[in-house]
Design a protein around this ligand. Structure first.
Ligand code: MN
Length: 314
């Protein structure tokens, strides 16, 4: 299947973006395209709606290429790893105003975009982008390979989640042959955490509550934790991976209080249980094994609703 992706490069000016507070997959795919367009001498702007700073464990990526939009209208906008336009945050109207929106993603059924290159079965958006680059005979430099590898590593949880299939390893192998440094990227993403953020981990573990019957557990990070532990939300993405470790649970939830008192929830499943359905109860989204949502409800109400939804599924 030909997507004629290359032809879309003609519609300048170009904006490249992804979901609000982008993760390794969103930033990785956006910067991979930026590097490619730079190498072809095609001007483009990469921008995201970010609360605070991007996580430092992704700073092996060329963050210096990220800027702010300086035009009122872009002819072509590329959107990565973003299933719904509301997840673009404050860039939403700018994106929707552009003449052509190209959505590259692995979420189910994106609700927007003129050209959608989607594979919900792909482990990461960078996997979908990799296929396009190969198909269109576009060159993958070492820097681009590092960007693509980052999305592959983060969205498969270091090649461990159930979305890790043989194609993922084939792509990783090819990216390594193109010079991508798997071990140093993995070290930056997973092997090094700010000491202050690490200390907060003990508090979050202490707060874990387990429902043995539902095999569901949850914990919470409050706003005041960030000041007490001198850290920021961007440095605490790893906490859900700690919370989900408990053997007694199949479904894990970490709630993070936002500045306005609402909560952001990260959900993980270690079985066939589909946490995306839990997230969609709150109009959130994601994948079967990892999803997220936002809610204005209290913690107790959120937990109550989640438990009810779990009971419906099991
Ligand atoms: Mn993704």
């Amino acid at each position: 299947m030909k997507n004629n992706f290359k032809e879309t490069f003609n519609g300048t000016p170009i904006l490249i973006t992804g979901h609000i507070n982008p993760d390794g997959d969103a930033v990785g795919s956006a910067l991979a395209l930026k590097l490619l367009l730079d190498s072809l001498n095609i001007e483009s702007t990469v921008a995201f709606d970010v609360t605070g700073e991007l996580p430092s464990n992704l700073n092996h990526l060329p963050f210096n290429l990220i800027s702010t939009p300086d035009k009122d209208v872009y002819k072509t906008t590329y959107v990565f790893d973003c299933g719904s336009s509301s997840r673009l945050g404050k860039l939403e109207s700018l994106v929707l105003n552009s003449e052509k929106i190209v959505v590259v993603d692995h979420h189910i059924d994106p609700t927007f975009g003129d050209l959608q290159i989607i594979d919900p079965k792909a482990a990461s958006t960078t996997q979908v982008l990799y296929r396009i680059l190969i198909e269109e005979d576009l060159s993958i430099t070492q820097e681009i390979a590092d960007c693509l590898m980052t999305g592959l590593i983060t969205d498969t949880g270091r090649f461990q989640y159930s979305n890790t299939n043989s194609e993922v390893f084939s792509i990783a192998a090819d990216l390594m042959s193109k010079g991508s440094n798997l071990s140093s990227i993995s070290e930056n993403i997973y092997g090094s955490i700010e000491l202050d953020a690490l200390k907060l981990q003990s508090k979050v573990i202490e707060r874990i509550e387990l429902d043995r019957e539902l095999r569901f557990l949850h914990s919470v990070v409050y706003q005041e934790d960030y000041s007490e532990f001198k850290t920021t939300p961007a440095e605490t993405d790893f906490l859900i991976d700690v919370v989900r470790l408990a053997k007694e649970s199949d479904i894990a939830l970490l709630l993070k209080e936002q500045t306005d008192g609402s909560f952001k929830g990260s959900l993980r499943s270690r079985t066939d249980f589909n946490v995306q359905q839990l997230a969609s109860f709150f109009d959130g989204g994601g994948h079967k094994a990892a999803s997220g949502f936002s809610s204005d409800l209290s913690i107790d109400e959120i937990i109550l609703n989640i438990k009810n939804e779990i009971r419906k599924q099991i």
